[in-house]
Design a protein around this ligand. Structure first.
Ligand code: MN
Ligand code: MN
Length: 333
């Protein structure tokens, strides 16, 4: 019997996804894009890792199941990304690092665990694309990214919400506060941070004033519609330059029609096509880390949100792979 874990070496000399011409896509346990597990390769240039944690949510829970939902929905991803003309899994070694084991009853401990695991995984230069989990996890992921970069990092934050609120029921660490904490901790380069896709009612104008004071630029979902993707991309690129860049994607940046499976939906969002086009417009920037968070499968229908999130993660992996120099392979020698 062919095992569903049969490993396949790509043209680039890396261990690639399971061969779907031999073993059907729907067979076997899911890893992201049917890639090998991290323990099946020597090392990974890019690791996709899950953080099943949603104890920081303020409304609907369930994002703790997001990572595996995205993995299941990623079975149909194919190895060549025509939009960027890159075969990411041939170019560099990409692997699925599984899930971090995070305490669901203690948010402070959970944040410490995510930070430490992210540092452990990136020790030899591996870059992470993290599947949440709720948005609380962006704070420890940014801490690890800034430590590895050796400096505060630029950030693009795709979200319906600002996530720069101060406290909620007295709690400092929630999915609505990670970027205020990150600014306070000095791990963000405040010359180069922007929200994209923001919309929906706020508590008051003070929310926007605070956010501006922290240094954030805002591209609202209306701006994307009225100005168009190209103009938005130009503005974002000018602000980021060649700084080390972290991209955080809350899937609720998409309209609920495109991503119903999430905890705090807001009408009037961007489409999955607009999101993918903006991400592709970031090509060539120094993308050092990324996450896709807030996928809550219990509210999903027909895998809409899972499929959207898997494609977002795939394009993030492709953008990273595109900027990494392929290792010398036996084929080149
Ligand atoms: Mn949000
Ligand atoms: Mn968020």
């Amino acid at each position: 019997m062919d095992t569903v874990e049969e490993l396949r070496v790509t043209e680039g000399g890396h261990i690639g996804p399971i061969d779907s011409s031999r073993i059907p896509r729907y067979a076997g346990a899911a890893t992201f894009a049917r890639l090998p597990r991290l323990d099946q390769v020597d090392r990974a240039d890019i690791a996709v890792v899950g953080v099943p944690f949603d104890s920081g949510v303020s409304y609907r829970p369930g994002a703790r199941f997001g990572g595996n939902h995205i993995r299941e929905a990623s079975r149909l991803l194919r190895p060549y990304n025509p939009a960027l003309d890159v075969s990411p899994f041939e170019r560099v070694q990409v692997a699925d690092a599984g899930d971090m084991a995070v305490n669901p009853f203690n948010i402070n401990e959970a944040i410490e665990t995510v930070q430490q695991n992210a540092l452990d995984l990136t020790g030899d230069g591996t870059r992470l694309v993290t599947l949440g989990g709720d948005h609380t996890i962006a704070l420890p992921l940014l801490r690890a990214a800034a430590e590895r970069a050796g400096s505060p990092v630029a950030m693009l934050h795709f979200d319906a919400h600002l996530d720069t609120w101060d406290t909620y029921f007295g709690a400092e660490y929630t999915h609505g506060t990670p970027f205020r904490r990150a600014v306070e901790e000095g791990i963000l380069d405040t010359e180069a941070i922007s929200h994209v896709g923001t919309r929906g009612p706020l508590y008051g104008v003070r929310d926007l004033e605070d956010d501006r004071r922290f240094g954030f630029g805002i591209v609202t979902s209306s701006d994307v519609y009225r100005q168009g993707v190209d103009e938005v991309v130009d503005k974002l690129r000018q602000r980021i330059g060649n700084r080390p860049l972290y991209v955080s994607v809350d899937i609720d940046v998409l309209d609920p029609a495109h991503a119903p499976g999430t905890g705090t939906p807001e009408a009037g969002g961007i489409t999955s096509r607009e999101l993918l086009e903006i991400l592709r417009g970031l090509r060539g920037l120094n993308l050092i880390g990324a996450d896709v968070v807030e996928v809550a499968p219990a509210y999903d229908h027909a895998e809409l949100t899972g499929v959207a999130a898997s494609h977002v993660a795939y394009d993030l992996v492709t953008l990273m792979a595109d900027t990494l120099t392929p290792a010398t392979t036996p084929k080149d020698q």
